[in-house]
Design a protein. Structure first.
Length: 230
């Protein structure tokens, strides 16, 4: 069991610490939900990875799915049997990333919470679509998330054509950070790393095949996600 997890690096800040103290939650352990499957949750805590379930009262008093823990939530938990836990309460969220639920008119599906920055990944290949970028921007703004745009696979085009498309996106989105990137050569990766701030939470948004998995692997320095060649 890994006991070297620093919750401050995961984003637990002074505001959350104050809330914890004011609402007498310091009698519980604190952790962050990183995975959910139905009523089971994987929580990262200073004590390690905790396989957690909901306190019965929390489940029965929830008025909708949005009232239950989601990926990104900070939760108050108690531990038992070493690496198991009970979730007693969800801390307030400062952002909620949602999308329209498939086949359910008017209902929203909660994707992630407490995200600070949304990295919108769009590849400069035949699938390039500036309107799609703006749809993701709208998603971020509605969720109170700061967006940035990564234009991936710039190596698939000639330099002049790639530079022209990059500049067109920058001109269209003057208030948004736009970073060109080649996953193949690593061009632009250092500039992206400089944008990543400790203690902040980032999510990657984009269509399948734009290079999100490769980007995660390069940023983390390990093969965390399977990738496909395009």
């Amino acid at each position: 069991m890994n006991n070297n997890i620093d919750i401050k690096q995961l984003g637990f800040n002074k505001q959350l610490e104050t809330y914890r103290s004011q609402h007498q939650l310091d009698r519980f352990n604190v952790g962050r939900v990183v995975k959910e499957h139905k009523d089971r949750f994987l929580v990262l805590a200073p004590e390690g990875e905790i396989e957690s379930e909901l306190l019965g009262n929390l489940r029965y008093t929830a008025q909708s799915r949005a009232d239950l823990p989601a990926v990104g939530d900070w939760v108050a938990i108690t531990l038992y049997d070493g690496n198991k836990g009970i979730i007693h309460q969800v801390y307030p969220r400062h952002s909620q990333l949602e999308r329209q639920a498939v086949g359910r008119s008017g209902e929203k599906q909660l994707i992630a919470t407490n995200v600070d920055y949304g990295i919108i990944v769009q590849s400069l290949n035949r699938d390039f679509n500036a309107n799609r970028i703006e749809r993701y921007l709208t998603l971020c703004h509605q969720a109170n998330i700061t967006p940035m745009v990564v234009l991936s696979k710039i190596d698939l085009l000639g330099r002049a054509e790639a530079d022209g498309m990059i500049q067109a996106v920058k001109d269209r989105l003057p208030q948004v950070t736009v970073l060109p990137l080649s996953n193949a050569s690593g061009e632009g990766m250092e500039l992206l790393r400089q944008e990543i701030q400790p203690g902040k939470t980032y999510c990657l948004l984009g269509s399948s095949g734009v290079g999100k998995s490769t980007l995660i692997n390069q940023l983390s320095g390990s093969q965390r996600m399977d990738t496909g060649a395009i």
